[in-house]
Structures are given as structure tokens and as C-alpha cells.
Design a protein around this ligand. Structure first.
Ligand code: GLC
Length: 485
């Protein structure tokens, strides 16, 4: 079996914000095709595309109206074919998002359901229960004839009824459609959501919102055991095309997460614990150890991720570019695969001051928290994106890809060098003694030092790469990481 994904660097493309091929202010597939050379040079093994399917974009495309077509704002199926052919020519694999938990309310199936036909493809009830939407408020919306439908996310994202064989057959067919077009795998959106507990039991009165309970207990609408039947049904199809799948599953423990992975289910699951860790040596170490132990248990390597389209960019979470680069060097030194989110290689930070009227995230409308700030279009060069769908901050003019290209000390060239050097790592990690606040381990014939303490640490060995300048005496300053070999 072809298991390229085991130690791959996978670059997440948010198509709307990555590159604009036709100058209309919205990113698109031809824009992406034009940047594949850039991605090749960055050294990534694969790209994962967030949804580019026909959609009202009520949730940035995670509200799909036609699973077998490209939204005209992003291009056409022919553009997709051209993109994937070019990517494969360059040796870059292509993973696409599949959104099976819910469709868009604009999907013809839901439109029929609203007219009172074939409602059993969704979850309609005469009375709502107390379940809450991840985006805030009740998870139920009433339709004109008095029934209610379930939407774990926005009301424009009705949950599909996975108890209905027609829904199951439809998704097998959708997967096959994209496999036939040559995709190398799928990222499964809300992979823990499709099956709901029998009888739709209430969660019961709780402090705060229900989704905060996720890490402590199993909610009746997430991570139900029978969801695994679905992946066992998908796996032979994936195997037929030698394709992989990675789960986005928010569950209460690494043990529960491990259940999604295996020879008869999915290949990987995102390890969000690493992304959620504080910038602190102890938290990183605990999570790394836990993740590696779990990975061992299921015989599949873990994944690492620091930024994506749902969370504040790690430059902003950690408070500085220096810290973000140190964390990146840590991530890229770990065994398993690393997911890099578009723009992190430029050192982009979160855009926190977007005017409220420009914010589109449905979560913002319902909760006041917005994910728009990590979705601002990438600064390729000054003027490259005349009228971006979200405005780029002035400060990004100094860190465009064009400027960074020719600066050997830029974040972009740092990412390129680190991704290239990463290939020289092999084997597991062995922790070495280090002062408080310092992560220090050996992997093969290399050593990795991450200084999260307040004092510089001496280095012994040949520095292959560092995330920032060393002190005059050759020591590793605070908030800096290095690979030695
Ligand atoms: C996933 C996506 C997120 C989306 C949600 C609903 O969590 O990453 O962007 O809003 O699913 O589809």
C-alpha cells in the first residue's frame, strides 16, 4: 500500500483566500494552479483543499449545494482537472474536503424537504430537544408547516440523516466521483457527527454551552459508536483507489480519537490537542508523549497541526512570530505528518480588527466569535489582489511572498529550509535531560532543542537550522528552536 501520508507535509489551501486567478477578489482554482510551482518549492508533499463545491458560502463552503461540481466563483470542473493534473506532474498529492454531516439548505434535497417531500434524508421532528448548535443557540429550526429540522451548525446547514441508506449510497457515489477525478484522499469534515444517539435524548441543563462539554463527556450527537460503521463502509472504496482519509473529529480523549483510525477505517485523525496546547514546554511534552503513545497503539502515525481555517493563527495565539517559528520547528521535527495552513509560511498573524460588517463567519453572527481573521487573502505581492473579499492589513505589505522570496532570512525561506531538512529525520524520539522550560530530544542522529525558558541555552553540535538568530556566544535564546546534527 502507498502510505505517503505517514510522514507527509500537507498544505491546507483555503481556496477562497489562497490565490485569485481571474482578479475578481475571490481565490479560485486557476489561482491555485498558478501557485503550484510555489508549493513545489516550499516542498510540500500534498495539498488539502477546503471546500470549493457549489455553495451559497454561508459557512465558507462547508455548506455544499452540489457535491459534484465546482462553485462558479472558484472555477469549473475543467479547472479542477487541470489543477490536479499539474499538481500530479509536480509530484504533489491532492486531498479534498468531504462534508457528509450536513448539506447546504440550498441543496436540492433540502429544497424538496421544505416542500414536504423526502424529508427522511434529513432529521425532521415534531418537537425539538435541547441540543445546541456548535455556532450557538438551538440546533433546531422550525419550518413553515410546524416541523423542526436539526442543524448542529448554522440553520443553513441541515444535518443529513445517516440512518437512511439513500444518504449512505449517495456519499459513496460522491467519494467515487472525486476518486475518479484523481484525488489522493479526503479530509472528512465533522467526522464524529453523522450518527445521533437513539431516541435523541436531551443533554440536560448545564452551565455554559454544550459544546464546551465535548472534552469531558460524550454528547448524544457526537462520537456515537455506530459512526464507525460508515467508515468501515468507506474503506474498501478508498482502498480500491489507494486513497487516504483524515478525520476532523472532536472527541473527549485520544483513546476515542484512535477508534477512527485503523486498517478498516480512516488513515489519520487531526491531533487538535497539539494545536490547543499552551506555548509551554510541559504542555507540549505531555501532549507529544500522549499522541505518540496513542499512535503506537493503533499503528498509524499521528498528525500535527498549529493553524487552520477555524482557529487563530499561531503567531497570534503564541504572541510573537519568534514563538510561532519555534513551534513550527518543533512540529516539523516530530514523527508523523504535519499540516501547514496557507499563509503560515509567510508568518501571517490573525487579523483581529476586521470591521464587523465584513465578517462572514456564521459563528460570529450567533456567538460574536469570528474565524474570519485567519481567512484573509494571502499577500502575494503589493497590488496582486486588487479587491480581496476581506481586506488585508497594511502591515502585510512588508511581508508579501514576493518580498520574502528574495530575503534569505524570511519566514518563507525558513519554512522552505525546514521542510527540506525534515526529510533527514528518522525513527522515534528520545527525550534528553534539559533545564526547565526546554524541550530537548534526539531523533536518529539529530537533536532538537526548543527553548521556552527565560534564559539562553548552550548548544553542542552543528546547527542545521534555527528558528531565529543565536546569541553572540552561539547560545539558543528564549522562544527559539534549533535542529542539530
Ligand atoms: C468543520 C470545519 C468548519 C465548519 C464546520 C461545519 O469544523 O472545519 O470550518 O464550519 O466543520 O462544517
Amino acid at each position: 500500500m502507498n502510505d505517503w501520508w505517514r510522514d507527509a507535509v500537507i498544505y491546507q489551501v483555503y481556496p477562497r483566500s489562497f490565490a485569485d486567478g481571474n482578479g475578481d477578489g475571490t481565490g479560485d482554482l486557476t489561482g491555485l494552479t498558478g501557485k503550484l510551482g510555489y508549493l513545489k518549492e516550499l516542498g510540500v508533499d500534498a495539498i488539502w483543499l477546503s471546500p470549493f463545491y457549489t455553495s451559497p458560502l454561508a459557512d465558507g463552503g462547508y455548506d455544499v449545494a452540489d457535491y459534484r461540481d465546482v462553485d462558479p466563483r472558484f472555477g469549473t470542473l475543467a479547472d479542477f482537472d487541470e489543477m490536479i493534473a499539474r499538481a500530479h506532474e509536480l509530484g504533489i498529492k491532492v486531498i479534498v474536503d468531504v462534508v457528509p454531516n450536513h448539506s447546504s439548505s440550498a441543496h436540492p434535497w433540502f429544497q424538496e424537504a421544505l416542500e414536504g417531500r423526502n424529508r427522511e434524508r434529513y432529521i425532521f421532528r415534531d418537537r425539538p430537544n435541547d441540543w445546541e448548535s456548535v455556532f450557538g443557540g438551538s440546533a433546531w429550526t422550525q419550518v413553515a408547516d410546524g416541523q423542526w429540522y436539526l442543524h448542529l451548525f448554522d440553520p443553513t446547514q441541515p444535518d443529513l440523516n445517516w440512518e437512511n441508506p439513500e444518504v449512505r449510497a449517495e456519499f459513496l457515489d460522491i467519494l467515487r466521483f472525486w476518486l475518479e477525478r484523481g484525488v489522493d484522499g479526503f479530509r472528512v469534515d465533522v467526522a464524529h457527527g453523522m450518527i445521533k444517539a437513539d431516541g435523541f435524548p436531551d443533554v440536560g441543563p448545564r452551565e455554559g454551552c454544550q459544546v464546551e462539554l465535548l472534552e469531558q463527556e460524550r454528547l448524544p450527537y457526537f462520537d456515537q459508536d455506530r459512526v464507525h460503521e460508515i467508515y468501515r463502509e468507506w474503506r474498501p472504496l478508498l482502498d480500491e483507489y489507494d486513497a487516504m482519509a483524515v478525520a476532523e473529529a472532536w472527541v473527549e480523549s485520544p483513546q476515542r480519537l484512535a477508534r477512527y483510525i485503523g486498517p478498516d477505517e480512516l488513515h489519520q485523525a487531526f491531533n487538535f490537542d497539539f494545536m490547543m496546547a499552551d506555548f509551554d514546554a510541559k504542555s507540549f511534552r505531555v501532549i507529544i508523549d500522549k499522541s505518540l503513545a496513542e499512535a503506537e497503539l493503533v499503528g498509524a502515525p499521528t498528525t500535527w497541526v498549529l493553524s487552520n481555517h477555524d482557529k487563530y493563527r499561531h503567531v497570534t495565539r503564541y504572541g510573537s512570530l519568534a514563538r510561532a517559528k519555534a513551534a513550527t520547528l518543533l512540529m516539523l521535527a516530530l514523527p508523523g505528518s504535519a499540516y501547514v495552513y496557507n499563509g503560515e509560511e509567510l508568518g501571517l498573524d490573525e487579523v483581529l480588527d476586521l470591521p464587523p460588517e465584513l465578517r462572514e463567519d456564521p459563528a460570529f453572527l450567533r456567538t460574536g466569535h469570528s474565524r474570519d481573521g485567519c481567512r484573509v487573502p494571502l499577500p502575494w505581492s503589493t497590488g496582486a489582489w486588487p479587491n480581496p473579499w476581506l481586506p488585508q492589513p497594511e502591515r502585510w505589505h512588508a511581508i508579501t511572498a514576493e518580498i520574502q522570496e528574495s530575503d534569505p532570512d524570511s519566514t518563507l525561506n525558513f519554512y522552505r529550509a525546514a521542510i527540506r531538512l525534515r526529510r533527514g529525520f528518522g525513527g522515534g524520539i528520545l527525550w534528553l535531560d534539559a533545564p526547565d522550560g526546554v524541550l530537548f530530544f534526539r531523533r536518529g542522529d539529530r537533536q532538537v532543542v526548543v527553548n521556552i525558558s527565560e534564559h539562553p541555552v548552550p548548544l553542542s553540535g552543528n546547527v542545521l537550522i534555527a528558528s531565529g538568530p543565536l546569541t553572540a556566544g552561539g547560545e539558543l535564546p528564549p522562544d527559539t528552536a534549533a535542529w542539530l546534527g
